[in-house]
Design a protein around this ligand. Structure first.
Ligand SMILES: Cc1cc2nc3c(=O)[nH]c(=O)nc-3n(C[C@H](O)[C@H](O)[C@H](O)COP(=O)(O)O)c2cc1C
Length: 203
């Protein structure tokens, strides 16, 4: 099935450490004019508060720019639009992705809307990008990631590089968010792209 380039991206925010990545990603998607379907798990809301000082959905709205193209869904409503394969979507990101949600997607259990929407992305052969933060990884984690990779998902650990010599936490967050935007195929101007020899040229 062909999907329009301006179809919405689904963003699931779950209760892994890494809430600042989710905030920056939603802001970047909003800045790019991309339509976004947002689903935040209960623990996702808790981590937004613990790590970014964001109180609830109203706080998330205030921190992430223009919400005119954002639709927010109840994470427990498995009958909402993102639960259906007939709803056009250019793909889904779960950022950050807890090991619990990752395991449920690997098992296809669809026990909440994040898990169901991810299951739909897999069955419809749409991009599914999972952004875990966990370290170290158990064999269970690794096997779930392998299974998901075989099913078509992209596992994109929140592991920023240092070759651009980041000067702030924001630089590290931007590094990860820029890679997610690249994989979604959304144009952005976040961070600098690596060019061999650039540092010498910069002098
Ligand atoms: C402060 C805090 C940090 C957490 N960090 C992680 C983490 O990095 N990775 C993870 O898989 N779970 C982490 N958890 C546990 C998850 O929030 C928990 O497993 C939860 O049930 C995940 O549910 P969800 O995937 O529906 O959001 C953390 C919990 C808290 C309170």
């Amino acid at each position: 099935m062909r999907v329009a380039a301006d179809a919405p991206v689904t963003l699931g925010i779950t209760g892994a450490s890494g809430a600042p990545y989710a905030v920056r990603l939603l802001r970047a998607l909003n800045d790019s004019g991309t339509a976004v379907r947002v689903i935040v798990s209960g623990y996702g809301l808790r981590l937004l508060q613990e790590e970014s000082g964001i109180d609830g959905v109203d706080g998330l709205r205030a921190a992430t720019g223009d919400w005119s193209r954002v639709e927010l869904y109840d994470s427990l409503d498995r009958g909402a639009t993102p639960a259906s394969g007939s709803a056009p979507s250019r793909g889904m990101v779960v950022c950050p992705c807890s090991m619990g949600t990752l395991a449920s997607i690997a098992a296809g259990t669809s026990r909440n809307l994040v898990e169901r929407a991810a299951d739909v992305a897999l069955k419809e052969r749409r991009p599914l990008i999972l952004v875990p933060r966990e370290t170290p990884l158990s064999l269970v984690h690794l096997e779930n990631m392998t299974r998901l990779t075989r099913a078509g998902a992209t596992i994109m650990p929140a592991a920023p590089g240092f070759y651009h010599r980041p000067e702030s936490i924001g630089d590290l967050v931007d590094f990860v968010v820029a890679r997610i935007m690249d994989h979604l195929g959304v144009e952005h101007g976040i961070g600098r792209r690596w060019r061999s020899g650039e540092r010498e040229e910069d002098g």
